[in-house]
Design a protein around this ligand. Structure first.
Ligand SMILES: *[C@@H]1O[C@H](CO)[C@@H](O)[C@H](O)[C@H]1NC(C)=O
Ligand SMILES: *[C@@H]1O[C@H](CO)[C@@H](O)[C@H](O)[C@H]1NC(C)=O
Ligand SMILES: *[C@@H]1O[C@H](CO)[C@@H](O)[C@H](O)[C@H]1NC(C)=O
Ligand SMILES: *[C@H]1O[C@H](CO)[C@@H](O)[C@H](O)[C@H]1NC(C)=O
Ligand SMILES: [Ca+2]
Ligand SMILES: [Ca+2]
Length: 350
C-alpha cells in the first residue's frame, strides 16, 4: 500500500514536470534570424532588462537586475543605468552617475520609463527592487552632466512585485505586477497552475487602483502613439493584451494577440505605431539556467496591431550562442537595440 502511494505520487510529480516543460517550451528549437549589421554592445555583460529612448535619440538602459528565479552573473554588483546616443555613427555606452543621498548599493533596476514635462525637463522612472522589495524611483536627467538626480521614492501597498511601468503624467503611471506570491516556489506554482492573479495598476498621487486583472504574468507595458490604447505583455500566457484607455484611466480589453513565445518587454515605434516585443523562446531554459544549453532570444515585429489580422514577423532570433534571454527591443531611426534580463545587449542597423 505504502509503495503504491509513493508510486502514485512520483507519477503525479513526473506528469507535472512534463506539463511544466511543455508549457514553458523547454525544447523549442530557435532558427536564427539576424539583420545584417549587428554587434554586441561593449560594456554590457550583466543585463539590459529594459530600454527606453528619448525623442532626441538618447537611449536609457537598465542593467544588473537581480530577480528571484532569474540567473545573474554579478550578484554582488549594484545595478546601473547606461546611456547611449543613437545619433552617433558607432554609439558607445556611458554609465550615468547617480546623485548622492540615494542608496546606490542596493540599486536593483528593473523596468524603466521616461517622461518629459511641459518645461522639457526629462525624468526617468525606474522600478527598483532594493532587498527584493518594489519601489518606484523618480530621477531628473541632467543631460550636460550625464547624471541622474534622485527626486523621490514612491512606495505603496499595491505596488508589489512590479515588473514594468509606463509613465503618463507627472507621478502618474501604469504598472504591471508580474506575480502575486513573494516566495519563489509559490510563484512558479502560481504560473503553472494558471491562477491569473497578476494585474495592472494605475498610480497617481490622488488615486491608486487595479485597472486590469486576470493575467498569468503581466510584464512589459506600453502605449499606442495616439495614447488611446495600452499594450500589456502576458509573459507566461504567451500573449499581448490590447486595452482601451478611458478618461478616468480605467482599462477595458479590446483583444488578445496570441504568440508562440514568452513576451517580456514591449515598445512602440513612434513613427509607425508598430509594436516590438522582446521574447523568451524557451521559458524553461531561462527559469532553469544551464550555461551549456542557454536560453535563446527572439524579437517580434507586429504591424497593424489594432486590425483583425496583425502581421507578425520575427526580426531577430538566436539560440543563445550570441544573445541569451532577450527582454526588450526598441527602434530609433532604423537602429535597433535588443536588451536581455541578465546577459549582453545587441545594436543593429536596419
Ligand atoms: C559582469 O559581471 C562579472 C562578474 O561579477 C564581472 O567580472 C564583469 O566585469 C561584469 N561585466 C561588466 C561589463 O560589468
Ligand atoms: C473605473 O474607475 C472608477 C473611478 O476611478 C471606479 O470607481 C470604477 O469602479 C472603475 N470601473 C470599472 C468598470 O472598473
Ligand atoms: C546555436 O547555433 C550555432 C550557430 O548557429 C551553433 O554553432 C550552435 O551549436 C547552436 N547551439 C545550440 C546549443 O544549439
Ligand atoms: C522589458 O522586459 C524586462 C524584463 O522583464 C522588463 O523589466 C522591462 O520593463 C521591459 N521593458 C520595456 C521597454 O517594456
Ligand atoms: Ca518600460
Ligand atoms: Ca519585463
Amino acid at each position: 500500500m505504502g509503495k503504491l502511494v509513493v508510486l502514485a505520487l512520483l507519477g503525479a510529480a513526473l506528469a507535472l514536470i512534463v506539463a511544466f516543460r511543455q508549457r514553458f517550451s523547454a525544447s523549442r528549437e530557435v532558427e536564427p534570424v539576424e539583420p545584417r549589421n549587428c554587434q554586441l554592445i561593449e560594456g554590457i555583460e550583466n543585463g539590459s532588462e529594459d530600454i527606453d529612448i528619448l525623442p532626441s535619440g538618447l537611449a536609457f538602459i537598465s542593467s544588473g537586475l537581480k530577480y528571484p528565479g532569474m540567473p545573474n552573473f554579478a550578484p554582488n554588483k549594484p545595478g546601473q543605468i547606461f546611456m547611449m546616443d543613437l545619433n552617433k555613427p558607432n554609439p558607445s555606452i556611458q554609465e550615468l552617475s547617480i546623485s548622492n543621498g540615494f542608496d546606490k548599493a542596493s540599486f536593483n533596476p528593473h523596468g524603466i520609463s521616461t517622461f518629459i514635462d511641459e518645461d522639457h525637463n526629462v525624468y526617468l522612472y525606474v522600478v527598483n527592487h532594493p532587498r527584493m522589495e518594489s519601489t518606484l524611483e523618480i530621477f531628473k536627467f541632467e543631460e550636460q552632466q550625464r547624471s541622474l538626480v534622485h527626486l523621490k521614492t514612491i512606495e505603496h501597498e499595491l505596488l508589489k512585485s512590479v515588473n514594468d511601468i509606463f509613465v503618463v503624467g507627472p507621478e502618474q503611471f501604469y504598472a504591471t505586477r508580474d506575480h502575486y506570491f513573494a516566495n519563489h516556489f509559490l510563484t512558479l506554482l502560481e504560473m503553472l497552475m494558471d491562477f491569473r492573479w497578476s494585474h495592472v495598476l494605475f498610480y497617481s498621487p490622488k488615486e491608486v487602483k487595479v485597472v486590469a486583472k486576470g493575467f498569468n504574468s503581466a510584464n512589459g507595458i506600453t502605449i499606442s502613439p495616439d495614447k488611446k490604447y495600452i499594450y500589456i505583455a502576458d509573459a507566461t500566457d504567451k500573449s499581448i493584451c490590447v486595452m482601451k484607455i478611458h478618461d478616468n484611466w480605467n482599462l477595458t480589453q479590446l483583444k488578445v494577440i496570441h504568440l508562440d513565445t514568452f513576451v517580456d518587454n514591449l515598445t512602440v515605434d513612434p513613427d509607425t505605431g508598430d509594436v516590438l516585443a522582446g521574447c523568451h523562446p524557451n521559458g524553461w531554459k531561462i527559469l532553469f539556467y544551464n550555461p551549456k544549453d542557454p536560453p535563446g532570444s527572439e524579437v517580434l515585429h507586429i504591424q497593424d496591431v489594432l486590425s483583425e489580422k496583425p502581421k507578425i514577423n520575427t526580426i531577430y532570433a538566436n539560440n543563445g550562442s550570441v544573445l541569451q534571454g532577450s527582454s526588450v527591443a526598441i527602434v530609433y531611426n532604423r537602429k535597433l537595440l535588443i536588451g536581455t534580463v541578465f546577459h549582453k545587449a545587441l545594436y543593429c542597423e536596419l
